[in-house]
Write a protein that binds this ligand. Structure first.
Ligand SMILES: [Zn+2]
Length: 162
């Protein structure tokens, strides 16, 4: 996941012919909207939170500038790739943000992304009942192993059977 972001950021710099400099990262996070989400995350990665000293948006929950950045990162561009289910890129974006910043999210949110992310990355999206079934199982205390055991090995199916 870190590689999606880092490789994407490097490719972006190469495309526009800019050096990997803090000033470039600052320019990107000033705007956010016009940039692909991994470019925005790559830029945040190069900047330090003035309050907690973490990379921007990745500090402890409750750090005011990091909480703001966490929100801002979602205004980046999320263009679906060809051949995926609609809104797939948004799901990848959210999953990447949650998994890379587990300490900012609940154990349950983290677990649902640990289970769901490979499928989302392969272009699939859960239906509403599938997503609800997964959430219900997690709320009842299912572990990663419980959920993984009921998944289709090719990662095209969501864990449904309790
Ligand atoms: Zn912070």
């Amino acid at each position: 996941m870190d590689r999606i972001i880092e490789d994407g950021y490097q490719a972006f710099l190469k495309d526009i012919g800019l050096e990997d400099e803090v000033a470039v990262a600052e320019m990107i996070v000033e705007e956010i909207k016009g940039y692909d989400w991994w470019v925005v995350d790559g830029a945040f990665e190069r900047l330090t939170c003035g309050e907690c000293g973490s990379r921007r948006g990745r500090g402890p929950k409750g750090c005011p500038p990091c909480d703001l950045d966490e929100g801002f990162r979602y205004s980046a561009r999320e263009l679906d790739r060809a051949g995926v289910m609609p809104r797939n890129e948004h799901a990848i974006r959210v999953g990447a943000a949650v998994l890379r910043n587990g300490h900012r999210h609940s154990d349950k949110a983290l677990l649902s992304w640990q289970i769901g992310f490979p499928m989302v990355l392969s272009g699939c999206m859960p239906t509403t009942p599938e997503a609800q079934a997964l959430r219900a199982r997690i709320n009842k205390g299912a572990t990663y192993e419980d959920l993984a055991a009921t998944m289709v090995p090719d990662l095209t199916g969501w864990p449904l059977t309790p």
